[in-house]
Write a protein that binds this ligand. Structure first.
Ligand SMILES: [Zn+2]
Ligand SMILES: [Zn+2]
Ligand SMILES: [Zn+2]
Length: 112
């Protein structure tokens, strides 16, 4: 992980695109936490929850804003999470969903 240029007293950042070096292990650790971990753990600015991917954080943030960016092109029902839409579309495909299902409409209005 560490290249040969790194002498024992110097600590090189182990991330491949980063050339930062630090004299102390703690300084390096702080650097890694501040500059790299933030990219790995996507933190919600509103509730400070961490997420493993940007996509998951994006979908989580819709929870705060109340946005439902995904919608079914067949029936117009809106979804906050892509996985919910994917599941919903699968239901269409297998003919499980009845487009006249009033429960669908009810639950849709309830969340507004
Ligand atoms: Zn670095
Ligand atoms: Zn949040
Ligand atoms: Zn639909």
């Amino acid at each position: 992980m560490f290249s040969e240029q790194c002498i024992i007293t110097r600590f090189c950042c182990p991330f491949p695109d980063c050339i930062k070096e630090y004299q102390g292990r703690f300084n390096l650790r702080r650097h890694v936490e501040m500059n790299h971990m933030g990219k790995i753990f996507h933190k919600c600015r509103i509730c400070s929850k961490s997420f493993s991917s940007r996509q998951v954080l994006r979908e989580h943030s819709f929870r705060h804003s109340g946005q439902k960016p995904y919608y079914c092109s067949s029936c117009g029902k809106r979804f906050r999470q892509y996985s919910h839409l994917a599941y919903h579309r699968k239901m269409h495909k297998f003919g499980v969903l009845n487009l006249d299902d009033t429960d669908e409409v009810k639950s849709n209005q309830g969340s507004i």
